[in-house]
Design a protein around this ligand. Structure first.
Ligand code: SF4
Length: 70
């Protein structure tokens, strides 16, 4: 099992708080929307930062999902 970030694009307004909190995972595109750097899998060591980004997203557009790994 692994954590994966999920971005609800219908809710996201591109304020970029998430990319400030987990720059290792998210960059910003030219309009300020989060851009995954290399997929949305969350390495174990970044899980606390990812949970903080989820909690601080002002649009509740960011969530963590647990996915099965093969
Ligand atoms: S913090 Fe939330 S609303 Fe802001 S860019 Fe990230 S996902 Fe979108």
């Amino acid at each position: 099992m692994a954590d994966q970030l999920h971005i609800d694009w219908t809710a996201c307004r591109g304020r970029g708080v998430c990319s400030e909190l987990i720059p290792e995972l998210l960059d910003l595109d030219e309009w300020g929307y989060p851009l995954p750097r290399a997929g949305l899998d969350v390495p174990r060591e970044l899980a606390p930062h990812a949970r903080r980004a989820v909690a601080q997203c002002p649009r509740l557009a960011l969530s963590l999902q647990t996915v099965a790994t093969s």
